[in-house]
Ligand binder design. Sequence first.
Ligand SMILES: [Zn+2]
Ligand SMILES: [Zn+2]
Length: 380
Amino acid sequence: MFKVTEELVKDLIEKRRYLHRNPELAFEEINTSAHLKKWLEENEITILPFDIKTGVIAEVKGEHAGPTIAIRSDIDALPVKEETDVPFQSETEGKMHACGHDFHMVSILGAAILLNEQKNQLHGTVRFIFQPAEEVAQGAKYLVEQGVLEGVRGIFGMHNKPDLPVGTIGVKSEGLMASVDKFEITFKGIGGHAGIPHNAIDPIVIASQYVTNVQSIIARRIDLFHNAVISITSINGGNTWNVIPDQVKLQGTVRTFQPEARQAIPEFMQNLAETTAKGNGGEVDFEWESYLPVVNNASQYEQTVREAAVEAGYQAVDAVPSSGGEDFAYYQNYIPGFFVWMGVDGPKEWHHPEFDLQEDAIEVAAAFFATLAVKVLKNE
Ligand SMILES: [Zn+2]
Ligand SMILES: [Zn+2]
């Protein structure tokens, strides 16, 4: 059981307010990283010598031998103009910690301080990953390429959740946040006179058939117990009333919670695009960009996560998934991980200019992650 002293709480709140006043965007987190490093060093926590532009990797080695696990916090802010009335508003016009990553940083710093003070409880090592550039979905990938997961057995993280009260932790195995993929489909026909369509191949007709039929993939090809959305968000082709254009371009996104659905959908979509084009005498270019995987929580950790919440003095509740994306998912491509919602009782959703949170959630999160690390390492 970890006791977060009043003094530590006060200190973490002060640090959070400093970070809030000084937000930095993705891959520009120079000052943020320097402060994290300084605060970790002041607490005699080891910084690992990774050669990274921004972000900090630290480690607390327990007194007992054992494996290594990681706890991750993101560190970047957003290009949002702050409209809260807190006394520690952003001092950089047009930049704001509107996703609460300032809260994540000091909470995980708090967990590191608690664990460093009680190394005798640790059967192994805890690596703290302060990750840049979450908002552009590139930071996790960058750090994995730098080798931060080497030797790490499992990874844990959180996102603050404004619609959950402070003291509650949202827990769910498997899909918690949706995968995000992008596509661009160009149907190519033969342009011509609008009055003589038999001499043309009309890509507008081909694209129209596709837009309607593509939804049958969700209805007929995806398992009833899986969920996915295909949204076509842009159609471009033609520029006047009496000419058949030679191509039409579609853009859109696919969101799902199951890796199986995510893997199957692009092939179904591409097949349908090819047969629709071919059946009408046209051709197609199909481009797919894998953007973010599903935040896919390893069920092997669920029980421990729930117990840690209760042991730390708080409540575990069933998490409601979000169709937003989160690049924590990227780590889970390599090692098992578990991501939770941390209740912060805020007035607005993520990315809103009036986004805010209750600072008493800092001690909840710090105590929870310290407790979780001890429990996970005991079980590994
Ligand atoms: Zn965000
Ligand atoms: Zn965020």
